[in-house]
Design a protein around this ligand. Sequence first.
Ligand code: GLN
Length: 475
Amino acid sequence: MQLNKLTIEEAHRGLKNKEFSAVELTEACFDSIRKQDEKLNAFITITEDQALAQAEKVDNKIKNSHQELNILEGIPVALKDNILVEDIKCSAGSKILESYIATYDATVVEKLKAAGSIIVGKTNMDEFAMGSSGETSYFGSTKNPHDLTRVAGGTSSGSTVAVASHEALFALGSDTGGSVRLPASFCGVVGFKPSYGSISRHGLIAMASSFDQIGVLSKTVKDSAYVYEALAGIDKFDSTTRKQKINVFEDIDKDIKGKRIGLPKEFFIEGMDSEVKELVLKAVAKLEALGAEVVEVSLPRTKYALAIYYVLVPAEVSSNMARFDGVRYGYRAESANLLEMYLKTRQQGLGDEVRRRIMLGTYVLSSGYYDAYYKKAQQVRRLIQQDFEDVFKKVDLLLTPTSPTTAFSLGEKFNDPLTMYLADVFTVSVNVAGLPALSLPAGLVNKLPVGVQLIGKQFDESTLFNIAEQLEKKL
Ligand code: GLN
């Protein structure tokens, strides 16, 4: 048995029944990292010593106490390198933070540590989570394990590949416009992004604060559900967290007869790969066979989602990035005076995509343009939320492709930002509206994975997991 290939559920059972130890499970993951990561480039930092020490503690508990074993206890996890772990480097994929050591644990990390999970390392990502392919990282691109000449999808590229290639049993990423779901779709794993306000963002390096959510990469729907239950909830350090129903296991095994699934017609557009479409429609047929009722719906303002995303996100980015100025964190350029130090630090420390967004964001927020761009985009954001609210009066869940294509080639879109932005055309509106969504592997086209996206009502993770779980069993 290759322990690193187990799901969380299977590994938990094995640990509980003493079939293997947490140290053995953790070592299996490090073996896999050693064998593969040079070519995959999923990790920026490996935390082997701390992980093995933690695993030993779990083993002692299993040996010496009769206390119930937590579901995540002893389970190896990889964390995207924009989530702070005390005393461990946190680079956000950027040169400017190459030497930055986090001074505290993110709330999700505190919760994982309390649950007894084993942190195996920090994963590669697009710089400050800006990109769609994993190629903007200062530490080089992460490769797709299904085809090393292709992108893994971004921006949680390393976390996704770590799960897809069994270097960890699950991973955390962040999703501002699709960064958990898109790589999940490209690499053939489950990628879950919770409702905005479900999981604390405290200790997540901010990209666009009103869009960002920490999400889960896992091998199965149930595994994501376990992690969600462990991490969700109010946090006094994140005032946007909300009280909500967290227990999703009550409903997860229920049958889905009579559930109403909406197919938004705006998401089945021309230009979509026909074989991808075919697989997505096959998933729809499976839902019908399970007794769900499938109806066509319309989200008329979808066509504006990408445009307003790329106004509002850069605006928030430009504000959030102001703190990286060479004074407080990380890299500082040699210079003769303070102004030159600011300018050179940001020029040398930040990559092209990050600087492009700072410029775009500063522009749309500047007086004279604010009303035309930023304010207008905020108004359209509200209308897009309204579209979803209207549609969710009629259906329980929406189903769309996660991406119009399978993983593209490394370098293919790198020098063409607009084409790159289009990779997120199906995922961004979910963040615009703050909804929960999950990408589920639906099969392969030319040996490359395809994902279907399920989108739920805000804070109705329960229905989302229930329908995803029932569909997963049939795919
Ligand atoms: N690709 C999108 C962007 O570049 C989404 C990124 C993300 O979700 N972090 O903004």
